[in-house]
Design a protein. Sequence first.
Length: 447
Amino acid sequence: MFRRVLIANRGEIALRILRSLRAMGVEVVTIHGKEDRLSLPVRLADESVYIPRSDPLASYLDIEAIVDAAKEVGADAVHPGYGFLAENPIFAQRLEEEGITFIGPSPDVLRLLGDKIAARDAMVRSGIPVAKGSNGPVSDPEEAAIQAAEIGYPVIIKASAGGGGIGMQVVESPDDFDKALRICQGRAKSAFGDDRVFLEKFIQGAQHIEFQVIGDGERAIHLGERFCSIQRRHQKILEEGPWLSEEVRADLGSKVVAGAEAVGYKGLATFEFLRDSNGDFYFLEVNPRVQVEHTVTEMITGTDLVSMGIRVAAGEGIPLKQEDIRISGHAIQTRINAEDPRTLSPSPGRLWECHWPSGPGVRVDSHAHTGYDMPASFDSLLAKIIVWSPSRPEAISRMKAALDETMLLGVDTLIPLHKAILENADFLSGDITIRFLEEHPNLLGGE
């Protein structure tokens, strides 16, 4: 096992990783910028390294500065969390060159999965279903338009190197295609330095379902699925699980395991799918890191995914077999973002009062506390409230009670929106697609 690990992240995920490392008897070092100097992960770590930058994001994106920090403190591994450099193959490569373990997949696997076109091809070879799409990247508008017509409208244009919904646009008709293509190429170039885009058939009435996987470089297992269709701007705000029948879970789960093993995956991964109204699944992407919503899987399987990922990185095999995985009850996670619940615009500021819920089946992952200054520079996630109950209706009731107990003064949050979602008839019946919020624009008005 590692002796000392540097966490190259901030906020709630840095604190979550710290807790697993501490329970395993591993020394913890964090990095931080000026805005996070008094944050809980920094205060609780055994040591911290200040990386001063005028741009707050740069403290967590400067590869050489972070590698130097790891060397300076004698870290034998670095955990990237999610976001920032978590999926950056150059970062993983630099650590490897310095003899420091990157807690995640190899640089080669990161390169493969970071290229959506290459990842799509690899999954096809593994037997994972994909939506009809272009044969590789498209650039020439005329040729792209021909391929779009062959695929059939509506189509979706996606950035090959994209993520977070950036460089992604649905096109309903040929008249709109040329302009949408140019917009997506421009956004992809600006955001990722790579203007390659590809086309896929747009799945209408789709649900977003993902599988949690862990591999040790040779063998992989899955730990069931999460349902993640409540989204805004292609980003999830409420996740739950389980969602599928045992038969469907076993069938698709075996395919994602085969996909992970085919690329020699090592660490935690999430295989994401869209399911259409006929119940057919189509591969979206692989997220090669711990997910924000890993908590749902931890609650329904009773596993510590973060610790398992660290152990695999340290060279241990997966301690479980597929038949050991048992899914029990139902879990729901709400993301408590500091945002206006109506406009969904950020609401940074100081928390003058902060009280989190507790009790049986209630978990809160948060770095926030009374007096915490929510920076404007970073993602708006303040906390994740997770509940577990024997059934979905009981989990919904428990989440409503947990949200009622939560007191946050000083910033706007999504709590009123979450309460409205939990009361909605379509949500209660499970009639949910990725367009749920667009299809229910007056949730806060009681509709």
